[in-house]
Design a protein around this ligand. Sequence first.
Ligand code: 4AD
Ligand code: MG
Length: 434
Amino acid sequence: MFLDIEDILKGDQVGEEVSIRGWIHRTRSSGSIVFAVLRDPTGIVQVTVKKGNVADDKFQEAKNALVESSVAITGTVHEDDRAPGGYEIRASDVKIYDYAEAYPITKDQSEEWLRENRHLWIRSQRMTAIMKIRSTMTGAIHEFFRELEYHEFTPPILQPNQCEGGSTLFEVKYYDSKTYLSQTWQLYAEAMIFSLGKVYDMSPTFRAEKSKTSRHLTEFWMAEMEAAWLTYLDVIEIAKDEVKYIIMRILEENEKELEFLEVDIENLRTMVEKEWPTITYTEGLQMLKEKDGMDVEWGKDLRTIEEVAIMKHFDTPVAVIQYPKEAMAFYKPVEEDADAPGPVAKCFDMLATDGTEIVGGSERDTDLKALIESLEKEDEDIANYDWYLDLRKYGSVVHSGYGLGVERVLAWICGLDNIKDAIAFPRTMNRFKP
Ligand code: 4AD
Ligand code: MG
């Protein structure tokens, strides 16, 4: 029976003979002893193979095995302060499953090389930690919505319409016709609320982003929700609770990984205890003017530098509501009750403490005439939206929803410089391999 390395590091195997299997993480030898560090999905542990303690041919095999060779080791566990994790296994038997060739990934390699060799770099401790946290996060999203009795609804990925602007659509040849990769599940979720009431999902989402930034992927995962009878102000509170829940579950499951990534764990702990504010776009502009001396023309969508500047004044995420209607997607209705210099929409973005937009959502316009006008303004062919406009003809009700960027939230929680590390195989403007 093979033990997990994590179990050995708990310390209750000292003096026992154990077997583990995994991959060689580091290795060096001097004469009659091989010092190796072995890796499995649960951790790393030091192994020493001494000539005389194992058969001569086994010793030679251990000596010949390069980094990333797959191996099994049997040996006795000893305490050793100098070893990573505090324990060492002194081998009595060694089995090599596969001798690795010289591993192309060594210390201090360029970002570009690591991306080129992503299929191998994914084995690194750093990527392993991030991917474990990601798994907790996606599990937490399902837990959160199921606890609130939402139904999971998965949308078509091939869609005939845009929803978030035609310029970022990926076109797909569809026999003799064409279709697009999903930019959002939203229009379909709006169809589902009439039967299921409250729905959520998490699916691949595609945008042909035209700029290279540290926050944009061309393929990412969006976790969305949509619910009948709720206003945008109602769903903002759900979004705050969802992000807090994600953080709480990660704190419960992944302390080790957070420590490895040098995340300020205490800061996350206090953040979930706090109230997360809601401010208006117009208040945001006032803050920029008064506190930062930045003059932003009312009516323009916020740019990254402005979002970052606003968030310097907060120590939790913030929901920014009521952006100018003019700058918003066609489905966002006007908020008549707002105190603002021009028409604003019933919408919100949630900004993280580093200024990243992690969630975007809104109420959905139920006024058929207004929807048609907005679509025409965007030069859309109304005929393509006939099915969507039907939803306003048969028992339309107030409804709202939002989308949470899985990689955006993960990158923020883990303190990653670049969103590319929040997904195993990133797709960006200039890379779709490996
Ligand atoms: O703000 P967005 O564009 O909103 C929508 O798509 C709505 N239809 C969602 C809804 O109401 N159901 O996108 C939502 C979130 C953003 O806040 C961001 O976190 C993430 O999706 N996102 C991206 N993440 C990575 N790469 C990109 N290119 C992204 N574009 C948006
Ligand atoms: Mg947005």
